[in-house]
Design a binder for this molecule. Structure first.
Ligand SMILES: N[C@@H](CCC[C@H](N)C(=O)O)C(=O)O
Length: 283
C-alpha cells in the first residue's frame, strides 16, 4: 500500500500530515505513526496528523493526531495551524471553486477554528481554557478548585505551578532563567508525576516584560519540542491568573514567536503564528 504524506511545521514543531478525508478512521495505526516519527529510521516528526471527514454539519473536517510516542492528545495548537494550511493547499490543488480560508475543525477538545490570514499566518480561535482541577486533570487542588500557584515536589526541588487545560493538560512554572532549566532531566519527571493522572505537558517560563514571555516546553508524548501552541496559550493564561502578564503577549519559543490573546470580551484564546509545508512524499 502506498500513502501520500506532507511534512509541515509550525515554528519547528513538525508533523506528518495525511489526507484521510475518504474514511473515518486513521489509515495508519499508532505503531506505524511511531515508526514514521523516528528521526533516524523514519521521516522524523513530533506527531502524525490525519485530516478526516466532518462528524456533523457544524464542522468541515475532523483532526486526529498521534504524538511521536503513539499516544493520542486531545488538541495541538501548532498542528491545527499546519492542518489549516494543508487543507487549503489540498482544496486549491483539487480545484475547489472557492477554496476556504477558515475551517471548523472537530477535535477531541471540541470545535477549533483556524483562519488563514495575511502573510501566510494562521489565526486560531482556540476556545476557552479550562481551569478546574478535575478538568486538567490534576490532584494539586480539590476537584472543583483551580490549581494556581500550587506547590509540587519534582526532582529534589519544590516548584510553584499553575495548571491549565487547553483541551490537553499543561503545568506552567515561572522561573528566573529559562535557559538554566535542565529540560531533558526535569521534563519527564513532571510528565509522569502522580499529580497528573493523564500525564502533562510542562512549560518553564521567564517573564521578560508584561507583554513578552520566554518559554521552553517538555511535551507529553513527544519530549522537547521547538514550540507548543496549546502550551503558549496555557502559559499566557497562567501569567494572567498570577498577575504576571497582560491579556495579550508574545510568547517566544525556541522555534520563534506566537502572538497570544485571552479576550476579555468573549473569554476565548486567540493564537496567531506561521505554518509551512516542508516537503511531500510517498510512504
Ligand atoms: N505541540 C502541540 C501539542 C501536542 C500534544 C501534546 N504533546 C499533548 O500530548 O498534549 C501544540 O502545539 O499544542
Amino acid at each position: 500500500m502506498s500513502i501520500e504524506f506532507s511534512k509541515y511545521h509550525g515554528l519547528g514543531n513538525d508533523f506528518i500530515l495525511i489526507d484521510n478525508r475518504d474514511r473515518d478512521e486513521p489509515r495508519l495505526d499508532r505503531d506505524r505513526a511511531v515508526n514514521l516519527c523516528d528521526r533516524h529510521f523514519g521521516i522524523g516528526a513530533d506527531g502524525v496528523i490525519f485530516a478526516l471527514p466532518a462528524v456533523n454539519s457544524e464542522t468541515d473536517y475532523t483532526m486526529r493526531i498521534f504524538n511521536s510516542d503513539g499516544s493520542e492528545p486531545e488538541m495541538c495548537g501548532n498542528g491545527i495551524r499546519c492542518l489549516a494550511r494543508f487543507l487549503a493547499d489540498l482544496e486549491t490543488t483539487q480545484g475547489r471553486e472557492t477554496p476556504r480560508s477558515t475551517f471548523r475543525i472537530h477535535t477531541l477538545a471540541g470545535t477549533i477554528v483556524p483562519e488563514i490570514v495575511a502573510d501566510g499566518q494562521v489565526r486560531v480561535d482556540m476556545g476557552t481554557p479550562h481551569l478546574l482541577a478535575r478538568e486538567i486533570p490534576t490532584t494539586l487542588a480539590d476537584a472543583e478548585e483551580k490549581a494556581i500557584d500550587r506547590s509540587i515536589d519534582v526532582g529534589d526541588c519544590q516548584w510553584s505551578v499553575t495548571c491549565v487545560s487547553m483541551g490537553n493538560p499543561h503545568c506552567i512554572t515561572f522561573v528566573e532563567d529559562v535557559a538554566a532549566i535542565d529540560l531533558e532531566k526535569i521534563g519527564p519527571l513532571f510528565e509522569h508525576h502522580p499529580a497528573f493522572p493523564q500525564r502533562t505537558n510542562v512549560e518553564f517560563v521567564e517573564v521578560v516584560a508584561r507583554d513578552r514571555l520566554k518559554m521552553r516546553v517538555w511535551e507529553r508524548g513527544a519530549g522537547i519540542t521547538l514550540a507548543c501552541g496549546t502550551g503558549a496559550c496555557a502559559t499566557l493564561v497562567a501569567g494572567v491568573l498570577t498577575e504576571r502578564c497582560d491579556r495579550a503577549a508574545t510568547v517566544e519559543l525556541p522555534g520563534g514567536p506566537l502572538a497570544i490573546e485571552w479576550s476579555s470580551g468573549d473569554g476565548r484564546i486567540y493564537m496567531t503564528g506561521p505554518a509551512e509545508c516542508v516537503f511531500t512524499g510517498r510512504i
